[in-house]
Design a binder for this molecule. Structure first.
Ligand SMILES: NC(=O)c1ccc[n+]([C@@H]2O[C@H](COP(=O)([O-])OP(=O)(O)OC[C@H]3O[C@@H](n4cnc5c(N)ncnc54)[C@H](O)[C@@H]3O)[C@@H](O)[C@H]2O)c1
Length: 253
């Protein structure tokens, strides 16, 4: 690959929230972006934002926890946009419950989307990165990786993302590939809005309560996370690998 060629990024879960902001940011920096989410039609808004700003994007429908769909999606991205050499494993779901009420399905769904999804996507994209002698993998972890009441499944998955990241960094470094993790604190998205609804609070009150516990006294926005992802995805970040960056408006206890 020549360095003047436009690099191709895949962002999973990019129909909305953090993934959408990340896709838009990577496109603004000159990457062609595959906007991947469960429903291809739901990716239209993000694709439209990118193309309206003069960028290049492709909507791709794919369940990241399904190996056949992942392989087909990555093959399609390579054919229609070019070899994917930047991968942001962002797709995610919550199935919060205290342990005694958590079903096996709650557990499996969360582990499958976050961890199996990141594994399958990384495995499918790495061969393109190895061939290019260049790659950037950025995995979305969470402050919940440190443990969070009601999130046994999610905390395990997000801690797992950190172990996966460090292992990918060790295995793939010799091919010019870095792997890093961004671990957000509270970010205002549909995911946190759904949590507010689940606990019976209005989203504004929920955000105000969260902000009061955060040193910078505000909740995060998707662009705060896109900014951190963009740093790790940058060509110039080639000596930064296997790291976990908490982006939470302050240190976590
Ligand atoms: N919002 C926060 O406060 C916060 C904090 C820490 C970490 N995170 C993590 O950041 C990531 C993005 O979160 P968000 O707040 O933007 O969430 P969100 O719910 O707004 O968006 C998640 C996206 O992932 C997609 N998705 C879900 N399952 C999928 C699957 N199997 N295959 C493909 N796509 C799938 C959804 O359709 C959705 O578009 C997640 O991994 C989440 O765990 C979020």
């Amino acid at each position: 690959m020549s360095t003047t060629e436009q690099r191709v990024a895949v962002v999973t879960g990019a129909a909305r929230g953090i993934g959408a902001a990340t896709a838009v940011r990577l496109a603004a920096e000159g990457r062609a972006v595959a906007v991947l989410d469960l429903d291809e039609a739901a990716c239209a808004d993000t694709v439209e934002k990118i193309t309206a700003a003069g960028g290049k994007a492709l909507a791709v429908g794919c369940d990241v926890s399904d190996a056949a769909q992942v392989d087909a999606a990555v093959t399609r991205v390579a054919a229609e946009l070019g070899a994917p050499v930047i991968l942001v494993n962002n797709a995610g779901v919550l199935r919060d419950n205290l342990l005694f009420k958590m079903s096996e399905d709650d557990w499996d769904t969360v582990l499958d989307v976050h961890l199996r999804g990141a594994f399958l996507m990384s495995r499918a994209c790495q061969k393109h990165m190895v061939d290019a002698g260049f790659g950037r993998i950025v995995n979305l972890s969470s402050s919940s990786a440190l443990g969070n009441r009601g999130q046994a499944n999610y905390a395990a998955a997000k801690a797992g993302m950190q172990g996966l990241t460090k292992t990918l960094a060790k295995e793939l470094g010799k091919f010019g590939i870095t792997a890093n993790s961004v671990a957000p604190g509270f970010i205002a998205t549909d995911m946190t809005a759904a949590t507010a609804a689940r606990v019976g609070m209005g989203f504004e009150d929920f955000k105000t309560a969260a902000a009061s516990q955060i040193p910078v006294q505000r909740v995060g926005e998707p662009a705060d996370i896109a900014n951190a992802v963009a740093f790790f995805a940058d060509e110039q970040a080639g000596f930064v690998s296997g790291q976990v960056l908490y982006v939470a408006g302050g240190p976590l206890n």
